[in-house]
Design a protein around this ligand. Structure first.
Ligand code: ATP
Ligand code: MG
Length: 422
């Protein structure tokens, strides 16, 4: 807590002098205990939003309303991004689907309605006493996600928490308590009452996390994926009984991890949602296009086009922006193009077409295609990588010859956004 001590103590004294309780809570407490630092500080307080706002005036550099009805006031103080939320009540209205907005009077009550024990810890200010009624410290040490109360009750109060379990597993690399997994399995269907936007936001955080495999596996094993991303579990059915064809589901998770390893190729580095989601969706067209040949082998006809279509449909349902939908589905559609290159028949104009069709997504297409060039056969994998090296070198040469300058836009999307200030 040393790094954040000056600012939290200062704010704590300010609230205490006015007769209000203030405590650091949730993410920043958990992350400080894990030795991770960020500049977002979340507090919970006995003060009502109007009182919080008054106390912040003269202290913060800027103040804004994060949603007064939910009791949250935001502000900035130097490098610190602060959110202060009035205690919520421990009581629930079981008939309401909306998050409970009844203000409460105690820190204990507020902690009891939080999602996981590791998120249900607080540091009272200004004295810095740790409040940990549900054993969050122990769970943190065991790296496990548990709910403060019965998981069934918690998920019935707010089904989004099931998505959050998968998200935090992916972010923290934690396991999930078996009783919590069981409750997720039993209650997966309840996720339907949550808005697509809120589900999407958790899914994006999961995919952009350091351990997406953990979160995705949990979604698939509990049946949540069947509802929020059914194209993914559908890949697991691809194992033919003779194991002649590789398991597309496992392959997909591997490709995702390889794509993550290649993210440092991008100008901003990672995490990059578009290339990760494209890796996740690149083969979703396979189940629809599977054909059994006379000799018993399996082939997939044009699964790129079908896959791009399915990707669009899913991303639309999850309310992604058109820009994100276009970017991801273009990658899915182009990911097979490279396979025609190995035969040595690509002319310069075929290479130019590849570059032009990829447009802004060229670097990501390099990532996806290289990530996809994995096979259990190491020799074959190396050969594919070398072939792709060759393609990239040719793209370099062609672009050096300035021939590409005339067919590529002068500015890329990032540069245009920078100029327009968006
Ligand atoms: P980060 O912001 O780094 O992603 P976080 O723990 O701060 O992680 P948020 O989604 O910002 O996560 O939520 C802040 C805190 O609010 C959580 O730590 C948790 O205690 C509580 N919380 C948020 N959403 C819910 C929910 N749906 N149900 C119960 N508690 C929640
Ligand atoms: Mg947060």
């Amino acid at each position: 807590l040393d790094r954040i001590a000056p600012v939290i103590d200062d704010l704590g004294r300010r609230f205490a002098e006015a007769g209000h309780e203030l405590a650091l809570v949730g993410g920043p407490v958990r992350d400080a205990m894990l030795g991770r630092h960020h500049n977002d500080l979340d507090f919970t307080t006995s003060a009502r939003p109007e009182q919080t706002e008054r106390l912040l005036k003269g202290w913060a550099d800027a103040i804004w309303d994060m949603g007064r009805a939910f009791g949250t006031i935001g502000c900035r103080k130097g490098e610190w991004q602060v959110e202060i939320t009035t205690y919520r009540s421990e009581a629930y209205d079981p008939s309401s689907r909306k998050p409970d907005v009844d203000f409460g009077d105690t820190l204990g009550g507020d902690l009891g309605r939080r999602d996981f024990t590791v998120n249900a810890m607080a540091v009272r200010l200004p004295g810095r006493e740790i409040e940990d009624p549900y054993g969050g410290v122990v769970d943190l040490a065991h790296r496990v996600l548990r709910t403060p109360g019965r998981p069934e009750d918690s998920f019935s109060d707010d089904p989004l928490r099931m998505m959050r379990a998968a998200r935090f597993a992916a972010q923290l690399g934690f396991s999930v308590d078996p009783a919590v997994v069981e409750a997720m399995r039993a209650m997966a269907g309840r996720i339907e009452i949550i808005s697509a936007e809120r589900v999407r936001d958790e899914l994006v955080k999961l995919v952009c996390a350091p351990y997406p495999r953990l979160g995705l596996t949990l979604l698939v094993e509990t049946g949540l994926a069947e509802i929020v991303l059914p194209e993914l579990p559908a890949l697991a059915l691809e194992r033919d009984e003779h194991h002649r064809h590789k398991d597309v589901y496992q392959h997909t998770l591997t490709v995702l991890e390889q794509a993550i390893d290649l993210e440092d190729r991008l100008p901003g580095g990672g995490p990059d949602f578009v290339s990760r989601f494209a890796a996740l969706m690149h083969d979703v067209g396979k189940p629809r296009t599977r054909r059994f040949l006379d000799d018993g082998t399996v082939t997939f006809h044009h699964h790129d086009v079908v896959g791009a279509k399915l990707t669009r449909k899913r991303m639309k349902a999850l309310r992604f922006s058109n820009e994100e939908i276009d970017a991801v589905s273009e990658l899915v559609e182009l990911h097979l193009r490279f396979h025609g290159y190995g035969s040595g028949e690509w002319t310069d104009s075929a290479v130019r077409r590849y570059v032009r069709d990829a447009g802004d997504q060229l670097e990501r297409l390099h990532i996806l295609t290289r990530a996809d060039s994995t096979t259990r056969n190491r020799k074959k994998a190396e050969r594919l990588q070398r072939t792709y090296d060759d393609l990239e070198a040719r793209i370099e040469r062609l672009s050096e010859q300035e021939e590409l300058a005339s067919i590529r836009p002068d500015l890329d999307g990032n540069q245009i956004m920078e100029i327009l200030g968006i």
